[in-house]
Design a protein around this ligand. Sequence first.
Ligand code: CA
Ligand code: CA
Length: 351
Amino acid sequence: MHAPRRATAVAATLALVGATLGAWLPSRALPPLTWSSAVPAEPGRVVENGGDAAVRLASSAFGRSGMLRAVVTDPNRPLELPLEWVDVNPDPLDVAYRWEPFAGTATRTLAGEGQLTHGLRAPSDAGIWRLRLRGPGFTQEVNDLAVITRVPFSEKRRGYLNGYRIGTYETETTGRYDRYAPPAGFIEVTPENQDLPVSEHFRLRNFLTKDQFGVWPKYLALDLRLIDKLELVIQELNAMGIRAEHVAVMSGFRTPAYNNQGVGEGGRAVLSRHTYGDAGDVWIDNDRDGYMDDLNGDGRRDTEDARVILRAVDRIERRYPELTGGAGIYRDNGAHGPFIHIDVRGNPARW
Ligand SMILES: [Ca+2]
Ligand SMILES: [Ca+2]
C-alpha cells in the first residue's frame, strides 16, 4: 500500500537534488540515477555483489551492443554512470562512493571519493578502477564495468611517454578541436592489466601498437565507440546467419611514430584514424588460423568474405548513425590476408 507513495517521494527528492546541483555543476555532471522501485526495502543488509545487489548499472552503461565492460575517462572528470537502484531503500543523499584500484593499478594518493549526491568524479590518478558504494546498511562494488582513467596527453615529452615511443601528432600545434585533434590521454597498459576485457570479445592488448614489444608500460588510445561497433557487427553477422565468434584485430591503435613508417608506401594516411584509436583492421577468425574465414560459403577466403562483414557494417550504421565511419576492404597481399578496416570517424566513408 505504501510503496507507490514512497517511490513518488523519492522521485521528488531526486528532482529537487537535481535542480539544486544544476545551479553549480555542468548539466551533464549528475549521474543519471534511475529508480526501479518494484522490490521492497530490506534494511540492514550488507551487499557485496550478485543478485542481492542494492544498485546495478542500467543497460545503457554497456553501449548500444550491451557488450561493453569498461568506460574510458580522464582523472577528476565528472562521470556519468546510469546507476539503477533495485529498491527504494538507499537514499542517494546518504550514499558515499570510492574508487577501488584493481588489475595492478597502484595508488599513490587517495584516488577520490565522495558523496553520490554531488555526482561521481573520476579517480584523480590514471589506472583501472571499480566503483564502490556505501550507504546505510549496505556496501557494494560495481564489478560489471571497469572505469579506466587515462594518462594526460601533456605527459608526453619529445615523442615519448614514460619511455614508450609515441611520436608526434600532425595536429599537436594547430589548435584543432575536431576529431583530428590529438587524443586527450592514453590508457596505460601493463603486464597486469593487458588482459582487461573492454567488452565481451575484446581486451586492451588486442589494440596495442605492434612494436616496442619489450617496453612496459605501453600506451594506448582507444575509443570505446569502435569496440561497441565491432560488437554490434558480431551481433549483426550472427543475426544474418553467419557465425561470428572471434574477431582478429590485425591493427588497432597505431602510434603516429609507427603509423608514419607506412605513410606513402602502403598508403597509410598521416591523419589515420588508427592514430586516434577509433579504427580497427579486422577479420572474422572463428578457427583462429590467422586468416579470414569463408563467411559466404563459396569455398574461397577472399575479399568477398570481407564484403559480407561490410554488409553488417552498413546495417549497423543505418541503425546507429552515431557510430558512422569509414569502412574499406583490403585484399590478400602475401603479407596479410583479406581484411576490413572499420572506424567511427563520424562521417561515412567507403573504399
Ligand atoms: Ca580463419
Ligand atoms: Ca568465401
